[in-house]
Design a protein around this ligand. Structure first.
Ligand SMILES: Cc1cc2nc3c(=O)[nH]c(=O)nc-3n(C[C@H](O)[C@H](O)[C@H](O)COP(=O)(O)O)c2cc1C
Length: 331
C-alpha cells in the first residue's frame, strides 16, 4: 500500500500526469471518473503566481471530487518558490509537487524544470526549503538526468528523500532526449531497489497499454504508474488498465455513446471553467483520440477543431452520434 505522507494512495495507484493545457479541472474530472487515483495539475509558474497573473492563478482551481490532488509548481528562485507555496496552500491541495523535469527551453534556460538537473545541490536545497515551509507533503517529478552521461538518479532520489520529499515520479528520459527514443525504466527500478528508499517511486514515460502498466508494476516493481499522453482524449485508459490488472483481460473500448457523452461534457465543463473561447480552443486536442478509428471522419473532425463557436462543435458531436451510432470500436 503506497502512502504519500499520511495519504493512503492504495496499491499501485495510477496517476494522471501533469500536462500543460491538458490536466485542467474538466479533464481531471473525466479521468477521475474513469479510475485515475491521484491527480496533478498542469505546472504553474511560481513567478506567475506571485505576480498574480490570472492564467497562473486560475490553474490553482481544484475540486473535492478529484482528491487526492497535487498542485505542481515550477521555478528556480528560492524566494519565489516559497512565496508561491503559501499561495498554493490557500487552494487546499493534498500535495505540492515540484517540477524538476520540464525540458522546454524557455523554462530550462531560467534554471527551472529540468534545468535544475545541472545543479543537483540546488535541486536538493530548494526541495528541503519547500518541505520546511509547508505542512503539506512535497513530491518531486523529474527526469533521469540532464543527459546520458550525467544520470545519477539513484543518488538524487535518495538525497531528495533525505530532505523530506514524500514521493518521486520519474520520467524515464533525460532532458537531452526531450521526448525522443523510448523511456528507460531500468534506472527507475534502480531507484526503487535502493534499500535506503522508502518513499513511493512512481514510473513515468510511455505507459501506453495495460500490458505496459503491468510491466511497470510486476517487472520493474514500481509503486505506481504516472500516465500522460495515453490519456489525452482517452480518459478510459485508466479503467482499461485497472480491468486488465483485475482480470488479465482487455475491456472493450468505449462505445460511441460514451465517447460523444465524454466529448460533450468535456467541452461544457471547459466552457464553464474558462469561458467559451478558451474552452473551445483547448479541448480540441482531445477529439482525435475520442473518435479515433472511425473511417472517413475528417469532415467531422475539421468541424470540431476549426470552429470557434461552441454551438457548432456541439452540433458536430450530434452529427457524429447520428451518423455512426452503430460503429463498433476495436482495440
Ligand atoms: C502536452 C504535454 C504537456 C506536459 N506538461 C507537463 C507539465 O506541466 N508538468 C510536467 O511535469 N510534465 C509535463 N509533461 C510531461 C508529462 O507529465 C509526462 O512526463 C510525459 O508526457 C511522459 O509521460 P507519457 O509517456 O505517459 O506521456 C507534459 C507532457 C505533454 C505531452
Amino acid at each position: 500500500m503506497a502512502k504519500i505522507g499520511n495519504i493512503d494512495v492504495g496499491d499501485f495507484p495510477l496517476l494522471l500526469a501533469p500536462m500543460e493545457d491538458v490536466s485542467d479541472p474538466p479533464f481531471r474530472a473525466l479521468c477521475k471518473e474513469q479510475g485515475a487515483d491521484i491527480m496533478y495539475t498542469e505546472f504553474i509558474s511560481s513567478e506567475g503566481l506571485i505576480r498574480d497573473a490570472a492564467k497562473s492563478v486560475m490553474k490553482l482551481d481544484i475540486y473535492e471530487k478529484e482528491r487526492p490532488v497535487g498542485i505542481q509548481i515550477f521555478g528556480a528562485n528560492l524566494e519565489s518558490m516559497l512565496e508561491s507555496v503559501e499561495i498554493v496552500e490557500k487552494s487546499g491541495p493534498d500535495i505540492i509537487d515540484i517540477n524538476f523535469g520540464c525540458p522546454v527551453k524557455k523554462v530550462v534556460s531560467k534554471g527551472a524544470g529540468a534545468g535544475i538537473l545541472k545543479d543537483i545541490d540546488l535541486m536538493v536545497s530548494l526541495t528541503e526549503a519547500m518541505v520546511k515551509h509547508t505542512k503539506l507533503p512535497v513530491t518531486v517529478k523529474t527526469r533521469l538526468g540532464w543527459d546520458h552521461d550525467s544520470i545519477k538518479i539513484v543518488e538524487v532520489a535518495e538525497r531528495l528523500q533525505d530532505v523530506g520529499c514524500q514521493a518521486i515520479s520519474i520520467h524515464g528520459r533525460t532532458r537531452a532526449q526531450m521526448y525522443k527514443g523510448e523511456a528507460d525504466w531500468k534506472p527507475i527500478a534502480e531507484v526503487k531497489n535502493n534499500p535506503r528508499m522508502h518513499i513511493p517511486v512512481f514510473g513515468n514515460g510511455d505507459v501506453d497499454s495495460p500490458e505496459r502498466a503491468l510491466e511497470m508494476r510486476d517487472k520493474y516493481g514500481l509503486d505506481g504508474a504516472m500516465i500522460g499522453r495515453a490519456s489525452i482524449g482517452y480518459p478510459w485508459f485508466f479503467r482499461e488498465v485497472k480491468h486488465y490488472f483485475e482480470t488479465g483481460e482487455h475491456l472493450d473500448p468505449p462505445t460511441m455513446l460514451e465517447r460523444v457523452d465524454a466529448a460533450r461534457r468535456h467541452l461544457q465543463m471547459a466552457i464553464d471553467w474558462k469561458g467559451e473561447k478558451l474552452g473551445v480552443f483547448e479541448t480540441r486536442r482531445h477529439y482525435t483520440n475520442y473518435f479515433k478509428g472511425i473511417p472517413h471522419f475528417k469532415e467531422y473532425r475539421m468541424k470540431m477543431v476549426t470552429s470557434d463557436d461552441a454551438a457548432d462543435v456541439f452540433a458536430a458531436f450530434d452529427e457524429v452520434e447520428q451518423e455512426f451510432d452503430d460503429f463498433v470500436f476495436t482495440r
